[in-house]
Design a binder for this molecule. Structure first.
Ligand code: AMP
Ligand code: MN
Ligand code: MN
Ligand code: MN
Length: 288
């Protein structure tokens, strides 16, 4: 048995409930096959996959934490907050996530109009063909459509040329506030994790303000080991975790077998000086 510090925990992943390509059951099987010992499905702004993920995980003897990844707006950027170990039936959380999803379809219509003006028609239907629930439609689904059409060769090219600030298909969007997201997670008895801080493109001052606000509002942990972080970011955010006395989390942010940089469970261990977030979630981990 590895020490609890080195548990193979993967607390960030996506299924077909949001912008992943595998069903919750298939993710559970893949996580288990890859040696994951503690798993959380964290679909964007949704908990519809939680019961399926939990059941599949427990059947395999894989310990499970409920999860979601909430989209919020902070200092003009989209920031992601992961909730872990909450009650997925909690009214405040369910209503908050529903309101967040409600904006996605309208944004998608505007994205499609913008792409049509850039000479790419049919993007709304094209993107919706990739998603089960139209309210879960995301930029990832538009990216799959643009690759299917041969406009781009992969998703990374899509996000370089389209769908981001100043590029065709980009629509500014107002998500929930940081305070709202933390309130919903807290009301549901969960713990909030600041997702992939290296992804936001903030100035050092804005980044400091994000960490400060997050911690003051009750946020408890930050993702240090995550697919999107390079080695330098893993070191830098480990240091910030210590500075802000935040726990550290680990998750692949897995979406798709053919596209993800990091497979489920395939991350380096957390550095020994950091406090793993799962130590604060002991009572909320579900075992088969
Ligand atoms: P949305 O929540 O609709 O704005 O879509 C955001 C999603 O797009 C993220 O959760 C990622 O899955 C995906 N994404 C964002 N940037 C990139 C990128 N540079 N390359 C690949 N996928 C990306
Ligand atoms: Mn995603
Ligand atoms: Mn994210
Ligand atoms: Mn994610």
């Amino acid at each position: 048995m590895r020490p609890v510090h080195l548990l193979n925990a993967d607390l960030h992943s996506h299924s077909t409930v949001s912008d992943g390509t595998l069903q919750p059951e298939d993710l559970a099987a893949r996580a288990h096959a890859n040696g994951v010992q503690l798993w959380a499905l964290t679909d964007h702004d949704a908990v519809a996959g939680q019961a399926r993920a939990r059941e599949a995980a427990l059947d395999l003897g894989l310990a499970y934490l409920t999860g979601t990844e909430v989209s919020v707006s902070f200092a003009g950027e989209t920031v992601h907050i992961i909730g872990l170990g909450f009650d997925p039936a909690n009214d405040d959380l369910v209503r908050g996530l529903a309101a967040t999803r409600g904006g996605r379809l309208q944004r998608a219509r505007e994205m499609a109009d913008s792409l049509a003006r850039a000479g790419i028609p049919g993007a709304l239907d094209g993107a919706l063909a990739y998603v089960d629930d139209p309210e879960a439609v995301s930029r990832t689904h538009f990216a799959r459509f643009l690759v299917e059409r041969g406009v781009c060769s992969d998703a990374h090219e899509v996000f370089r040329r389209f769908l981001t600030d100043g590029k065709p298909g980009h629509v500014p969007h107002r998500w929930a506030t940081l305070a709202e997201a933390l309130r919903w997670i807290d009301a549901a008895g969960g713990l909030a994790v600041l997702a992939h801080p290296g992804r936001y493109g903030f100035t050092p001052t804005e980044e400091w303000a994000l960490f400060d606000s997050f911690q003051r509002l009750g946020g408890r942990a930050v993702e240090v080991m995550v697919g999107a972080h390079n080695e330098a970011e893993r070191v830098a955010y480990g240091k910030l975790a210590q500075e802000f006395e935040l726990l550290a989390s680990r998750g692949s942010d897995f979406h798709d077998p053919s596209d993800s940089r990091t497979d489920l469970g395939a991350l380096p261990d957390l550095p020994g000086r950091l406090q793993p977030v799962w130590l604060a979630l002991q009572g909320r981990i579900q075992h088969g």
